[in-house]
Design a protein around this ligand. Sequence first.
Ligand code: AMP
Length: 300
Amino acid sequence: MPLLVVGSIAFDSVQTPTDSRDNVLGGSAVYFSYAASYFTGVRLVGVVGEDWPEEHTKLLEDRKIDTQGLQVMEGQETFRWKGKYEPNMNDRETLELHLNVFENFNPVLTDELKRCPFLFLANGSPTTQLKTLEQMNGPRLVVADTMDLWIEIERDQLMELLGKVDGLVLNDSEAKLLTQEENLVKAGHMVRAMGPKFVVIKKGEHGAMFFSEHETYVMPAFPTADVVDPTGAGDSFAGGMMGYLAQKNDFSPATLKEALAYGTMVASFNVEDFSLDRMKQIDKADIDKRLEEYRKMLSF
Ligand code: AMP
């Protein structure tokens, strides 16, 4: 089943304790769509400036990602984000954020895109996420992501969005910020009470927690020693998860659990290099192989 993603497309500058990269390809919708493309057909909607190189579009199209929804704004610049990781490689600080074309991003969906049954509202302003959702024609499953910036500056719009989505993925510090609750189990259920039927709280190297009416569980991260750059871990996790759900055309509790495991595998590859560099080297068989190791690791 086709999967539509709408979100940020960026040039990222990243500093880790041992290395750095400037102006590499990033953005929530980019990481998401690349990760999801191992599982299903992905349609990407986003905005870039005239500084966007054609080779980036080609990279996405090489994975059969449909880029017809990519808007290029002449005379303007692509969204830029600069971040620095703490020595623990989990916590990070945003050093610079230039929304540029993303500030007035107005996603316009064609009739074909409006009919996509699976929708992921990747990290972006809740106002834009709502504008996207309003155009959709009865999607089967809508999941959203958010982050601290939007919780702080667009809380009302975010609360409205939460009443309209099936699922929300966010990280641990964002869940605490949104609920003002330090205990993550309580926070997860509090976020669920704001609207979504299920909530996934990502905890970096500590994996992810799942909350629905009937289930609460933890999915550990795949233990990799090769953490080079965690940027996009959350988005690639969501891409693997939603990609698998769209491929199965199902979101029963058992499929959701498998989807979380697949998301965990794709994210574990993504952190092994900067930008999309590690994901570019793998195929679906590598993901499946790692999933088998993960299954063995968890059976006792
Ligand atoms: P993640 O590491 O999964 O949280 O995602 C990192 C990506 O999010 C980077 O590639 C950034 O370009 C992008 N990003 C950072 N800040 C924002 C923001 N405020 N809105 C949308 N995307 C963002």
